[in-house]
Design a protein around this ligand. Structure first.
Ligand SMILES: [Zn+2]
Length: 388
């Protein structure tokens, strides 16, 4: 009889775990990065001092005045309406340093490849200290999902505006298709037109395709291929900033916010994704805050000393580029809105946070990865919000 009871208990336990498993892995993930978008613009909106500076506002005032408002919060809401209406109501946002909310990259370089490596692998790698397109020796959580975790195997797709992403995600080893270029040969009328347009438009930056193309290609793939995990890396915000076009930087940021809204609406309109998809949004680094003109730059002094000695003009200006922000909405993400953080969240904790939201054990992916950020997980206690 005792033996019989043991079998019943074992069967009950198996049934319970079998039930828990599929439920946990039904969640889909869309990870989005906006290259080099500062927390200052995300939470304070337009910086009037930069907007008034004719050196940085080359298109004239007409395009940027629409982001002006009586308070920084109102300006931020005009610049990023999706983040400040939809995510702020139904999701969670961190990184507003004015409101005791802190997020940062833990790598010392504060440039792009090290930032993306940290987000995607859950750990900063000191050896990745440049933006050179070398195949990443580290395994990203996307690669782990694509190769090792049954429900996600072969169902991870990536789209980027920067042509270094195939190296960052080590496309060859990970098997993740990383789309960074339009192809006129792609099937479908829309895809062919986009491919032709892409080839016919003036080239702004040789290594970057316009975000509009990245966005269209990703939306099309979401519809046609139904990936379980989708990564979209928008890029032109950073390039306009490096070029010193504050106006274009703001317009690109505003455009990307609209892309996020379209992406969210698309996810909510597709039965496979509706109410069971996490949308997580962040940036790979911040930008310098002081002195004012240094906003174009973000490489740390350590990085400059090491690799970019020719940019000596910026040598002492790297202040605050490690400061980033994070936003999430969707399945399992609490509706906490913009909140204070209990401690400064690291970009090296994003991988674990997303794996946990997918119902997986982050430690099975990597013992080195930072732990999940509790602010983005339901049911975990937080300190009360502190007002600035
Ligand atoms: Zn970057």
């Amino acid at each position: 009889m005792l033996q019989h009871n043991k079998w019943i208990l074992l069967l009950a336990w198996l049934a319970a775990t079998a039930q828990a498993q599929p439920a946990a892995t039904e969640t889909n993930l869309v990870l989005v990065t906006l290259d080099g978008v500062r927390w200052q613009e995300v939470f304070r909106g337009l910086d009037q001092r930069l907007a008034d500076n004719k050196d940085f506002n080359l298109l004239g005032e007409a395009l940027t005045t629409r982001f002006e408002a009586a308070t920084p919060q109102d300006s931020a809401a005009k610049l990023f309406p999706f983040l400040h209406t939809v995510v702020a109501t139904e999701g969670t946002l961190i990184g507003n340093r004015d409101a005791h909310s802190c997020a940062h990259v833990t790598n010392p370089w504060t440039i792009s490849y090290p930032g993306y490596n940290e987000i995607l692998t859950g750990a900063a790698d000191l050896a990745i200290d440049s933006n050179e397109a070398k195949p990443n020796p580290n395994v990203s959580f996307l690669e782990w999902l694509n190769k090792e975790v049954a429900p996600f195997k072969g169902k991870v797709l990536a789209f980027g505006s920067w042509d270094v992403f195939p190296a960052i995600l080590n496309s060859e080893r990970s098997g993740i298709p990383v789309d960074v270029k339009m192809k006129a040969s792609t099937a479908g009328e829309d895809a062919q037109l986009l491919g032709r347009l892409s080839a016919d438009l003036p080239v702004m930056w040789p290594a970057i395709r316009y975000d509009a193309f990245t966005h269209r290609a990703a939306l099309q793939a979401l519809h046609d291929k139904k990936p379980r995990v989708l990564y979209i890396a928008y890029g032109e915000t950073d390039d306009f900033a490096h070029d010193g076009h504050y106006d274009q930087y703001l317009l690109a940021a505003h455009r990307t916010d609209r892309f996020l809204g379209e992406l969210w609406d698309t996810l909510q309109s597709e039965p496979q994704y509706r109410n069971n998809t996490v949308l997580f949004i962040t940036t790979d680094h911040g930008r310098d805050a002081e002195p004012l003109a240094s906003w174009q730059n973000h490489a740390s002094s350590a990085s400059l000393a090491d690799h970019q000695k020719s940019l000596a003009a910026y040598d002492e200006t790297s202040v605050g580029a490690d400061a980033v922000w994070m936003a999430a909405i969707g399945a399992g993400v609490p509706a906490r809105g913009p909140i204070a953080t209990t401690s400064c969240a690291g970009s090296n904790q994003i991988a674990a946070t997303l794996l946990q939201l997918l119902g997986l054990q982050p430690k099975q992916f990597s013992a080195q990865a930072g732990v999940a950020i509790t602010e983005f997980l339901s049911g975990l206690p937080l300190l009360a919000q502190v007002n600035p």
